[in-house]
Write a protein that binds this ligand. Structure first.
Ligand SMILES: Cc1cc2nc3c(=O)[nH]c(=O)nc-3n(C[C@H](O)[C@H](O)[C@H](O)COP(=O)(O)OP(=O)(O)OC[C@H]3O[C@@H](n4cnc5c(N)ncnc54)[C@H](O)[C@@H]3O)c2cc1C
Length: 389
């Protein structure tokens, strides 16, 4: 059997590895296409902060995303343990803070958690308690909310670890499945029928075409109608949402867990990445523009970071990143099935937060498609967006 995966970002890599490891009645050849090289520096997955903070996100998303987040936090450790290369995974909680003038937003968030997620642990800290938990943050704030189950992972390390694992496990010793990774190969045409799908792609300036039993489309924002040709199965309702963030080197700053600053206009987070590195982000702008960061965004992000910890004044700016997140109009992830084409998209600002759940659900959809079965999907209750084309 021949399966194509289009897009080697977050979902494409996770799906390729799972399919490589999964035994089918006959061996499978997986062809993984990406227009980028294997470093994936133009993917949303590379740009991201890697926060796994379901409660922190809960003001901006539906409760099913929060549930997917908690379930994924449970699934990530075994997924990461199955990779040879180490990826940072931390679940030591996150801290929400606000300045005195923005206390209203902070109190609204505390009430929101109490009313909507009473079963999830959250602790109000006074200054002394905050000083004990995060000594350098306690100097700037009188109170904070501690959410002990929130986490984060090293998203860039994960992309590297997945690449190495895919190379190591092909051909797979027990399943006999193989991976053929075609990088710098832009897919420009997808034609699907009941029996097979054909892909047209550009490699080294030449157009090629190949037939597959099944195509799994994980192009992220590459599948919006603006970025995709008419013949390339655009997802009509998909849009791009711009996000910008900084990577700072601040060896004098000691923060050990993600910190979110409540603010009326934007939500800033500071994610410690180890060895003095911090990610400070992220804007959310309704635009498909991925040009470099604007001065306005830079000023807002950096001044907010400085207000959380004055030590950021001496930080080196190592990188500023702008990239778009793929989102449907309801901001829900969707798995769309049409003949021999399965499209997985719309992970929006929650890709890492919900990836293990989306992965399991997609694998079940693929299994049903390959084996012509209708076995119940594992997350039917959480996953509203499964559409048969
Ligand atoms: C600034 C920012 C911060 C974020 N922070 C977080 C966070 O803290 N936590 C979290 O959970 N999520 C976060 N996200 C969201 C997360 O990164 C995305 O939801 C996730 O990466 C989407 O995964 P994907 O596989 O669908 O797309 P991507 O990771 O973007 O991968 C798509 C791949 O498809 C390839 N491609 C596109 N078109 C074609 C084509 N025609 N032919 C071949 N290849 C193609 C691209 O090159 C790319 O490699 C953030 C995103 C951004 C932009």
């Amino acid at each position: 059997m021949n399966i194509a995966i289009v897009g080697a970002g977050l979902m494409g890599r996770l799906l390729a590895l799972s399919l490589l490891r999964q035994k089918q009645s006959s061996s499978v050849t997986i062809t993984l296409f990406d227009k980028d090289n294997k470093l994936a520096h133009h993917s949303a997955a590379y740009a991201a902060a890697g926060l796994l903070t379901p409660l922190g996100e809960s003001l901006h998303c539906q409760p099913n995303i929060v549930s997917m987040g908690f379930e994924s936090l449970r699934l990530w450790p075994s997924l990461l343990d199955s990779l040879h290369e180490h990826t940072m995974f931390q679940q030591t909680g996150a801290i929400m803070v606000s300045h005195e003038q923005d206390k209203g937003d902070y109190q609204r968030f505390v009430r929101h958690l109490k009313n909507n997620y009473p079963e999830q642990a959250s602790y109000s800290l006074n200054r002394a308690e905050l000083l004990e938990l995060e000594p350098e943050i306690g100097r700037s704030f009188n109170q904070a909310l501690y959410l002990p189950q929130e986490g984060q992972l090293g998203n860039r390390r994960l992309l590297v670890a997945l690449r190495k694992q895919l190379e190591k496990e092909s051909p797979h010793a027990s399943t006999g499945n193989r991976l053929n990774w075609l990088s710098e190969c832009q897919v420009v045409e997808i034609n699907t029928s009941e029996e097979s799908s054909s892909l047209g792609y550009i490699k080294g300036g030449d157009k090629h075409s190949q037939q597959f039993d099944l195509v799994i489309d994980c192009r992220g924002t590459g599948a919006t109608s603006k970025n995709s040709h008419d013949t390339c199965a655009p997802l009509a309702d998909l849009r791009s949402v711009r996000g910008e963030l900084f990577q700072l080197f601040a060896p004098e700053v000691n923060i050990s867990r993600p910190v979110r600053l409540m603010h009326p206009r934007y939500q800033l987070y500071i994610a410690p990445k180890g060895k003095g590195f911090y990610v400070v982000g992220a804007t959310e702008i309704e635009s498909d523009d991925d040009s470099p960061m604007t001065v306005r965004s830079a000023m807002e992000l950096l001044s907010a970071a400085y207000s959380v910890h004055p030590g950021f004044a001496e930080a080196n700016i190592r990188q500023h990143v702008s990239q778009c997140r793929p989102a449907f109009s309801d901001n829900q992830p969707k798995i769309t099935v049409q003949d021999t084409l399965i499209q997985v998209n719309g992970l929006f600002r929650h890709g890492f937060l919900i990836a293990p759940v989306v992965l399991k659900q997609t694998l079940a959809v693929i299994d049903n498609r390959i084996n012509n079965t209708e076995i119940a999907l594992p997350y039917a209750d959480l996953f509203s967006g499964i559409v048969a084309g």
